[in-house]
Design a protein around this ligand. Structure first.
Ligand SMILES: Cc1ncc(COP(=O)(O)O)c(C=O)c1O
Length: 425
């Protein structure tokens, strides 16, 4: 058997410890699932890790559309679309293009979207700058580019002051400079500074942005077009990978392009477009229905309902002086715990009290920023939020009493800026 590195060994040990507590790799033994309750260890538990932000995964119209498609086309259409695909897949793209008002390609996952996009969109003599908090799926795709000899560097998270210097320096040597970001960062829940990035795209001809807006999709923006497109209008040098597996509720990935030529190039030449299978017919029909729901005027009311819950969470957490990673109005909240031991203790105590949250330790988050990640879906009630946060506060008071936590110190870790300029890859 292959020997793993010391670092992987440490991560594995932490994982196995979490598993023994039931806080990672948990198995929900629900006879039926409604988006809110998980049956864990025989007990009802409120699911504060659900990324189906809009609650569309349980929508009856969407479920019916999926069932219908299975009856009509079966479970799977087994051929690459490069050879032949169902008309249903074309209809899915058309519906999504109506929603985004831009050319769209669909894939079975957002990771596959990045893997198809990057080698086609990014030229041989281009440079790539990766935000160091960018999602692992983007890092995987960028590593493929690095292995092909592309210039890749990593920049401290959202440090646009440092970014502009790098653009100036790299512009002299490379044709285009690509900045790879998440729209909403999946761990800490902060949004990328899109308005500043728009300014830089306008200022520097060679500067392009590629954003993964998986966690921004659906819950924000008109028709649910997402965080990035809610912040700025579409830009000719902006490329976006989206997800249908979170707020959209149906599963899969999609990519939105500024022009038809980029879409067609990726569709013809993208590796996962050629060598991977199409969406499941059920997922394609569900996506068409979900896009229709996104385009109805009353969809804004569903978004507002979630936004009220986000605001309530934020106010309550601040009232209790919990160490939030920042003041972001998104459905992802991160509460620092100080270290891995406190993180595991908190997640386990919450589980015992009937709340499932995601414990996050290195390498998902930096070593000094471990804590619990809480996501809000429309299934969660205001009472659920109140009870959860009061319980977190209670646990933190216990940890403080035991001398294991200093909230103010934990808070400072999320506000301090590193003075080091660039993390070289
Ligand atoms: C920001 C972000 N991008 C991409 C992905 C990967 O998505 P997929 O499973 O569709 O490849 C995730 C997964 O949760 C994510 O959080």
């Amino acid at each position: 058997m292959k020997l793993i590195t010391k670092e992987l060994e440490q991560i594995n040990t932490t994982f196995e410890y979490g598993r023994s507590l039931g806080i990672v790799r948990a198995v929900a033994k629900n006879d039926e699932y409604d988006g809110r309750n998980l049956i864990l260890d025989g007990k009802e538990t409120v699911f504060f890790g659900n990324c189906s932000y809009m609650g569309l995964d349980q929508n009856q119209e969407i479920k019916d559309a999926a069932k219908n498609a299975i009856d009509k086309y079966g479970m799977y259409f087994s051929s690459s679309r490069t050879f032949v695909g169902l008309e249903l897949f074309e209809q899915m793209e058309e519906k999504l293009e109506e929603m985004f008002e831009k050319p769209v390609n669909v894939t079975t996952s957002t990771t596959f979207a990045h893997i198809s996009n990057l080698p086609i969109l990014i030229g041989k003599n281009d440079a790539i700058i990766l935000d160091n908090y960018v999602h692992s799926s983007m890092q995987t795709a960028v590593n493929m580019m690095r292995n092909n000899g592309d210039h890749v560097e990593i920049l401290r998270h959202s440090r646009l002051d440092l970014l502009e210097d790098r653009i100036k320096i790299l512009s002299a040597k490379y044709n285009n400079i690509w900045y790879m970001i998440d729209g909403i960062y999946s761990m800490m829940g902060d949004g990328a500074p899109m308005k500043e990035l728009e300014f830089l795209m306008n200022k520097y001809e060679q500067f392009c942005v590629y954003a993964d807006d998986a966690h921004g999709t659906s819950w924000t923006g008109k028709k649910g077009v997402g965080y990035v497109l809610n912040e700025i209008p579409f830009h000719e040098k902006l490329f976006i990978g989206m997800s249908m597996s979170k707020g959209f509720g149906t599963g899969g990935g999609l990519m939105v392009y500024p022009d038809k030529a980029s879409k067609e190039l990726v569709k013809n030449l993208g590796k996962t477009m050629i060598f991977s299978g199409p969406p499941h017919p059920a997922a394609a029909a569900a996506a068409i229905k979900s896009a229709e729901i996104h385009m109805r005027p009353e969809f804004a009311d569903l978004q507002l309902d979630l936004k009220r819950k986000i605001e309530f969470f934020w106010k309550k957490a601040n009232q209790l002086s919990l160490p939030l990673s920042g003041n972001y109005a998104t459905p992802i909240f991160f509460i620092g715990a100080g270290n891995t031991e406190n993180t595991a203790y908190t997640a386990k105590a919450l589980l015992d009290s009937g709340f499932f949250v995601s414990p996050c330790t290195f390498p998902s988050v930096p070593k000094n920023k471990t804590g619990i990640r809480i996501t809000l879906s429309r299934y969660i009630t205001l009472k659920d939020i109140e009870h959860l946060l009061e319980m977190v506060n209670h646990i933190y008071l216990q940890l403080e009493k035991m001398g294991k936590m200093d909230r103010e110190q934990v808070k400072r870790r999320f506000t301090e800026k590193s003075t080091k300029e660039l993390i070289l890859s």
